[in-house]
Design a protein around this ligand. Structure first.
Ligand SMILES: [Zn+2]
Length: 278
């Protein structure tokens, strides 16, 4: 994985890299010593120059599934990765909304309440700004172009997925469990209504999926970047100039189909489950 990541960086020279969670395998139960060892290993494997920004999202293997998540594990993760449960990363006028989807359980737990409150405020601020904006030149900066999160939005199964990294036929009809494999229907709809993103990128499922929600919101579940999870670890590269699909365990998007970005980005998912000796 280290070699694949470093080679991709050298070859593609992305301006920003997003890792969509499950950085660790055992973050949910690591002792402090093991946690610190894993963080050191991550920093070594995913080292990068200052020309590349590395942005990390939280996954269930980092802090546990919802029932295992607590403030200690969440804050431990957020401190190391300079992350927060909701944040907007802006690159050249394009807004990426990063969401802690483990906290979208909707059960009123303190962490979920806190994240939902932040999302509602953000959505209101954006909508309010839009209503008072001069669309001729500030529209892009006031909208969320892309939502990134660990869990996919709700889908029944992978049966409707397209894309070269979609699940094999024998797995496509396995039913997903809400709040475990995918977000709940309710949380998914709320995210779409609040932010109306042009693209959603997610991880968690080890296979890829390209799916269109409500006939207008495209989502790509990015396949796993770990050899342990699949025989062809993958990531996606988004580039304005990308015109062809490259078969290097790499999926290239022609971004102009979705929205206009002026730079290359790479999106990885995930490092989870990588064995310690690799
Ligand atoms: Zn996961």
């Amino acid at each position: 994985m280290e070699r694949a990541f470093q080679t991709a960086l050298w070859l593609l020279r992305p301006e920003i890299v997003f890792i969509l969670g499950d950085i660790f395998d055992e973050g949910k139960w690591s002792s402090q010593k093991h946690w610190e060892d894993d963080v050191r290993r991550f920093n070594r494997m995913f080292r990068h120059s200052t020309d590349t920004e590395l942005v990390v999202l939280v996954g269930n293997h980092d802090i546990g599934f919802h029932y295992e998540m607590d403030w200690f594990k969440l804050q431990r993760f957020e401190k190391v990765f300079n992350a927060s449960s909701t944040r907007i990363v802006t690159k050249k006028g394009v807004n990426f909304l990063l969401v802690n989807s483990v906290a979208l359980h909707g059960d009123g737990c303190p962490i979920c309440q806190s994240v939902e409150k932040e999302l509602i405020k953000l959505s209101r601020d954006l909508n309010c700004s839009l209503q008072h904006a001069d669309f001729s030149y500030v529209h892009v900066s006031l909208t969320v172009s892309c939502v990134l999160q660990h869990y996919p939005l709700y889908r029944v199964s992978d049966a409707g997925c397209t894309g070269q990294d979609a699940a094999p036929p024998e797995e496509r009809h396995l039913l997903f469990r809400e709040k475990y494999d995918v977000l709940s229907k309710e949380a998914s709809q709320r995210l779409l209504q609040w932010f109306k993103p042009r693209l959603i990128l997610s991880g968690h499922t080890h296979s890829g999926c390209e799916v269109l929600h409500d006939n207008k919101y495209p989502e790509i579940s990015v396949p796993s970047f770990s050899w342990r999870n699949r025989n062809n670890p993958s990531f996606i590269l988004v580039s304005e100039s990308a015109a062809t699909r490259i078969y290097l365990r790499l999926q290239t998007l022609r971004l102009t189909e979705f929205y206009s970005l002026k730079f290359k980005i790479s999106i990885f998912k995930t490092a989870a489950h990588e064995k310690k000796n690799t």
